[in-house]
Ligand binder design. Structure first.
Ligand SMILES: NC(=O)c1ccc[n+]([C@@H]2O[C@H](COP(=O)([O-])OP(=O)(O)OC[C@H]3O[C@@H](n4cnc5c(N)ncnc54)[C@H](OP(=O)(O)O)[C@@H]3O)[C@@H](O)[C@H]2O)c1
Length: 223
């Protein structure tokens, strides 16, 4: 597959966009938005499970942890990463970090080496490499690693609790969502639950605008 080089007379070249995490709650929202957006020429989605076909979707089914570094899928203009797991699902802190930090950075490094110029990460409110919380520290380490990869444009989207129904059983998150919905007006804007679509829009606009440097979008700015 070749990179899109054509330019429209009325705007910038449409983007070939890599999406990692397209089968997840936020990834599905990004995929729907990107496939409906005329600015996106093609979405390359690397997933472990196949996605429904779409004329502008190149679905590479495989494990992003082992896909070869010279694979065509990394040759994109921009990357949106919504990969993530939980400590409970992964089975250990190390296994969680292997996804939420190391796999994120593998995808980012390979795409950057292949020429990608913009990267948007679905991170978390409170992400901080110096945090006392292992979860937030790991998210912060992913952000810090990303800053070091030399992308001209990085967008860090830091949502609070994601407001979504999940097939998967996450009792803590479910209880948190219930509280977040009932007491929404009393909760500070930064900690209110946010929709996957709002996160998806911020990620997509981040890579399409490709503002130079690092832009952090906090949860209260997601709408
Ligand atoms: N839950 C919240 O309230 C919340 C709040 C703030 C931030 N976040 C962050 O938001 C991000 C996305 O959340 P989400 O709710 O969209 O997650 P999700 O629904 O659990 O989706 C996670 C995605 O990551 C993929 N993935 C997980 N482990 C993988 C592995 N070992 N190898 C390859 N792919 C793997 C999944 O693929 P499969 O379908 O193949 O498993 C799926 O596409 C995460 O980084 C999370 O930490 C979540």
């Amino acid at each position: 597959m070749t990179r899109t080089k054509s330019r429209r007379s009325d705007g910038p070249a449409p983007a070939r966009l890599l999406l990692a995490g397209a089968t997840g709650v936020v990834g599905r929202a990004v995929l729907a938005l990107a496939l409906a957006d005329a600015r996106v020429a093609q979405v390359v989605a690397v997933t472990r499970r196949p996605l429904p076909p779409h004329p502008r979707l190149d679905n590479v089914v495989g494990d992003p942890a082992v896909l070869a570094g010279d694979a065509e899928c990394w040759r994109v203009d921009a990357v949106i990463c919504t990969l993530g797991t939980t400590i409970a699902k992964a089975g250990s802190r190390a296994a969680f970090a292997a996804v939420d930090r190391d796999l994120v950075l593998r995808v980012a490094r390979l795409a950057r080496t292949a020429g990608a110029g913009a990267f948007a990460l679905n991170s978390s409110v409170g992400a901080d490499p110096r945090s006392g919380s292992f979860y937030l520290r790991t998210k912060g380490e992913a952000e810090a690693g990303l800053r070091d990869l030399g992308y001209p444009s990085v967008t860090l989207v830091r949502p609070s609790l994601i407001d979504a129904e999940r097939a998967e059983n996450r009792p803590g998150e479910r209880a948190g969502l219930l509280v977040a919905r009932v007491f929404r007006p009393l909760i500070p804007a930064r900690y209110r639950a946010v929709s996957p679509e709002a996160i998806g829009r911020a990620l997509l606009e981040g890579v399409l605008a490709a503002a130079p440097g690092v832009t952090a979008i906090e949860s209260e700015d997601l709408a």
